[in-house]
Design a protein around this ligand. Structure first.
Ligand code: NAP
Length: 523
């Protein structure tokens, strides 16, 4: 019998009515579970989080919240093997891809457990020093940040059911807000299991954790000005949610992590066969195929000096040939299927659109020569490398995100100005990588690209062996990007807490303010 996934709201498990939405194993096309939110009272669920979970978490010190995050990390780690297996079944992930999501989530919780725990016994943040406001040294200004007394609504994309949940949860809970998580329905089986583990382990006070498994229904119609919405997903859904009257009319804070046409630029100083050339090959190959290319940070546009394009085409094709596509449960397989039927259709349509402006160097639309009866109904797409010889006029390459194992190689004239102008055509990226030992080139790229990028990854020979590639999002660095990438910002160590807190200026008598701030932690 098919598993029926439940939501966890108002301190209890809720089973939705009706047939629900089927969740499919993307390797085999077989149904593994169903999810429904029909009959779920979103208004009451949010009220419960605010009125029960909110006071409980605000009463905890930062040290307590850090300990809670550490317990969450440990509870998930204790079930790591089970979660890895479920990630393969429910998301088509190879073991390596599953680890990227699950270990990444656990590590992010642990990292925030330490950062938040170090803030000690305070319950709010004292932001900066005392500022003298008049002739009297007693009349001063201060800034404080207190957690918002609402609920943090986290709407996540399908590609990272654990990391996506954990990276938002760690920051919101650290700041002192209860959370309501809404994973993407298609891969929600994994988040649902993680939530069950956390509830069984009793890691958080009642009302602090809740989860809506299935369609969001009217969830966002019940937000209040003290709630926040952190969204990860497509630009189209983000635009729709952002413009909802309940959000606009109450100035509800919304953070958006959307899609992005991330870029990589090979510097003019990098010779074939050099350390940086090989790093570029390895990191592009990994980005195109890890999680079957379904990574918001994956490099989609590759800019290479014109005189190196032919060599790069051949070396990258060879690199991709070495990465086997197939059954993600089999050891040695590096490329699994994309996660859903609609994702598969969209990937194929996207490649076809790009092919109108590009030549295909490697791969083809569809599953290629993958013959395995068990996988006949799986959503497999061969890695596809394209080349656009005139990147200036190939607008589609700069605008169409193909969320699969696809990238486009493009020539530039070797000048930083030209490369950065081409990168900027993407309208704002989560991450852009520059592979070069030329400090002048790298500096010019930095000056041109900061306003267009959430993160700039500079790969040079001296740090090549430490590179984790641009695809890895770190808890200590900000994640998000301007424009096309959603205009949001998450993580970044303690910086991330501010989204979940109100920063308020206080004016008054210095000793009186000092008394009020006794329960705060100075940052
Ligand atoms: P999506 O279709 O936009 O869905 C994202 C989330 O929004 C899902 O949980 C979805 O729920 C929910 N949603 C849809 N309509 C809603 C509504 N009316 N009210 C509330 N929630 C609603 O995106 P996706 O296909 O899952 O994700 C792929 C995209 O995410 C890609 O474009 C990728 O670039 C982007 N992404 C960005 C980042 C980043 O950090 N910047 C990370 C990962 C992915 P249902 O599943 O129930 O429809």
């Amino acid at each position: 019998m098919t598993t029926r996934l439940k939501s966890y709201v108002s301190g209890e498990w809720f089973l939705g009515e009706g047939d629900g939405t089927p969740l499919i194993n993307p390797s085999t096309g077989q149904e593994i579970a169903r999810a429904s939110t029909v009959g779920l009272d979103c208004k009451s669920a949010l009220h419960y989080s605010r009125s029960v979970g909110g006071p409980a978490i605000r009463a905890m010190s930062f040290a307590d919240r850090g300990a809670m995050l550490q317990s969450m990390a440990e509870a998930l780690h204790a079930h790591r093997e089970e979660l890895l297996a479920l990630s393969t079944e429910s998301g088509g992930n190879t073991r390596g891809d599953a680890k990227f999501d699950i270990d990444g989530g656990i590590q992010t919780l642990s990292a925030y457990a330490k950062m938040v725990g170090k803030l000690g016994e305070g319950k709010f943040l004292i932001d900066g020093d005392s500022i003298r406001l008049s002739r009297s040294p007693r009349f001063v200004g201060r800034h404080v940040q207190l957690p918002l007394p609402g609920v943090a609504i986290h709407i996540n994309a399908f590609n990272f059911p654990i990391w996506g949940f954990a990276e938002k949860a760690a920051v919101a809970l650290g700041a002192g807000m209860p959370i309501c998580v809404k994973p993407a329905t298609s891969t929600s089986a994994l988040t649902a299991r993680a939530m069950a583990i956390l509830i069984e382990a009793g890691v958080a006070p009642n009302g602090v954790l809740s989860m809506i498994c299935g369609g969001a229904g009217d969830l966002l119609e019940h937000v209040t000005p003290q709630d926040v919405v952190a969204f990860t997903g497509s630009a189209a859904t983000a635009a729709m949610l952002r413009s909802m009257p309940s959000i606009v009319n109450q100035s509800v804070r919304v953070n958006v992590e959307a899609d992005s046409l991330n870029a990589a630029v090979l510097g003019p100083d990098v010779e074939p066969g050099s350390v940086l050339w090989d790093l570029f090959l390895m990191e592009v190959g990994k980005d195109m195929t890890q999680k079957a290319g379904q990574k918001c940070t994956a490099m989609r546009r590759l800019f290479v000096p014109a005189n190196q394009v032919d060599q790069m085409k051949s070396d990258l094709s060879q690199e991709l040939d070495s990465l086997q596509m197939g059954n993600p449960t089999v050891k040695g397989v590096r490329v699994g299927p994309v996660a859903t039927a609609s994702q598969w259709k969209d990937t194929q349509a996207g490649i076809a659109e790009l092919m109108e402006h590009c030549d295909c160097v490697h791969g083809e639309i569809g599953r290629g020569n993958l013959v395995d009866e068990e996988l006949a109904n799986g959503y497999f797409q061969t890695p596809v490398l394209l080349v656009a010889n005139d990147p200036d006029s190939a607008e589609t390459v700069h605008h169409r995100e193909v969320f699969g194992p696809v990238a486009t190689l493009m020539p530039y004239d070797g000048l930083a100005q030209s490369a950065s102008t081409l990168v900027q055509k993407g309208g704002g990226t989560l991450v852009t990588s520059v592979y070069s030992d030329d400090r002048t080139f790298a500096s010019e790229m930095m000056m041109q690209l900061v306003p267009y990028s959430g993160r700039l990854n500079f790969a040079s020979r001296k740090v090549a062996e430490h590179s984790m590639g641009p695809g890895t999002v770190l808890p200590t660095l900000v994640h998000g990007g301007p424009g096309r990438a959603g205009g949001g910002e998450e993580l970044g160590g303690l910086r991330g807490l501010s989204f979940y807190m109100q920063r308020t200026a206080l004016q008054g008598d210095d000793p009186m303010l000092a008394k009020m701030l006794e329960l705060g932690t100075q940052v």
